[in-house]
Design a protein around this ligand. Sequence first.
Ligand code: SF4
Length: 272
Amino acid sequence: MQLTAVSLIKYPMTQLPFGNTQIESKTLLQQIESEEAIEQLESAGIEDASTRIKAFVAVVPALLSWLETSGRHYPWRYTTDPWRVYISEILLQRTRGDAVAEIYDKFFEQFPDPSSLDGATESEIRNTVDSLGFGNQRTRTLQDVADLLVSEHGGEVPVSPEELKRPWRVGNYSAHATLLFAFGESRPLVDANIARIIERYLGYEMPEQPHKDTDVYALLDSLTPVEPDTARAFYFALIDHGAKICTSSSPSCSECPVAEGCQYWIPDSPST
Ligand code: SF4
């Protein structure tokens, strides 16, 4: 997101767990770069781009209200501690939230900070995260994280996307999610759930790997509210809506809080 006068304002942080779920469309419009979003859609060949973006902005308040009543109460959403947020985002890669929630307490009792993880043996780490799958890869990433933070950052989580992405197999999503959910920096997030809803609602054809596509990042960047607590709610709402309502195989359009204006709306779709 470009640093405009608006984005340089310091905002109070943070309403846990979901951020600011109470916002009107006209306020949201002041917080996003709608003209840039329209340009992104037009360059993808969408003629009524302006109408689609306006419709999207109009339904976001309903999406955030839905989050307040139906969002998932995971433990990492109740903290802005950078260590807990960063590690949780790494554990969530290719993994269900419920599975990570099951080992969350045990993990942070065992490894309350980078130095405790740095001092652990490979088998101690592996035993703790084994239930999540990908045990070897996950252990190597966690060892990398601990080594980097202890040896180069004084045991602190760095406020830098480049540094957050340096450990093996840590990518844009984990880095940006840490900056947003721990440090209160509005950053675009792209994962499968988020990309799917944007694709369906706006009728924007996603590439095969949206999380690696600069145009997709530019579109999400323009739609990300500049106020971090609203951005927090915006992304948690998209993530949870994608997991519970707008699922990949069977979207429940009849229960969808953002059905109005959706390009993919399916009548008589199944209930959750
Ligand atoms: S109306 Fe259906 S396809 Fe559109 S966002 Fe809602 S659940 Fe997804």
